[in-house]
Design a protein around this ligand. Sequence first.
Ligand SMILES: Nc1ncnc2c1ncn2[C@@H]1O[C@H](COP(=O)(O)OP(=O)(O)O)[C@@H](O)[C@H]1O
Ligand SMILES: [Mg+2]
Length: 275
Amino acid sequence: MNAIEIHELNKHYGSLHVLRSLNLTVAEGEGVILLGANGCGKSTLMKCMNGLERAQSGSIAVGGENVIAARGRALRKIRRDIGVVFQQFNLVENLSVFQNVLYGAMGRQPGGLLQVWAPFAPGEVRERAMHCLERVGMVEKAGNRCRDLSGGQQQRVAIARMLMQQPRVILADEPVASLDPKAGHEVMTLLWDVVREHKMTVFCTLHQLELAEQYASRIVGMKAGRIVLDTQSASASREQLLDLYQGETRVDQSSPEVRQKPLADKTDTESLEAS
Ligand SMILES: Nc1ncnc2c1ncn2[C@@H]1O[C@H](COP(=O)(O)OP(=O)(O)O)[C@@H](O)[C@H]1O
Ligand SMILES: [Mg+2]
């Protein structure tokens, strides 16, 4: 079974056609990096994948479950298996590191909020949270408030919270965009290591080409709401990657009919030469 299967996906915001007949398949255990200029639709694609936004047509299956059709309890069940990591960490800044990691277990504890609230959480849950913090090297900060941590430390906590959730698929939207290069490298290494340890699938947007080349086993490139590049990272040329940032890249500045370029395969440079 594929971890992610997207077929002919269309997403509009009012008159803005953001995702344009988009097709994508990601196998279980794959580590894919999605590249593309600002405004090409990367975050919208991520949001559609975990049901935060609803597409108008096409299909999305994550872990074999139909995301678009799911509502209420069924959608929550799908979301439980999808971990998310954001540029802005999305931690509760005034609460402790430990409490933030406990929240990761929310979707899996039948007792709900009380079971993930530090003073009442069962020993087994507290222990698992400490293990997750240990894995990201943040045990010493368990009692600190998140807002007192550096950006790199906060993203480590967010990764611990994601581990606590025990998802199958990770969607990471610009996870290192707010970090300096050193912290960015450390967080990418950590994220990629934990994903591999747990045999999870990861789909991650980045805007640093160097990081993409370094970490991805597969690079997918987007331009104006479409996928225009899909290649093994080792075979992606710099020109192919730079081309993603040239011409009509934003969905709000390009015509919806923008010609779909042929997908570049491992050695193909025709799409570049044609442009
Ligand atoms: N909630 C929204 N309502 C209206 N337009 C939106 C919304 N979210 C994103 N857009 C527009 O959709 C386009 C793609 O945005 P986005 O998916 O955030 O791109 P990226 O993540 O690649 O920078 C942009 O033109 C953006 O302004
Ligand atoms: Mg974005």
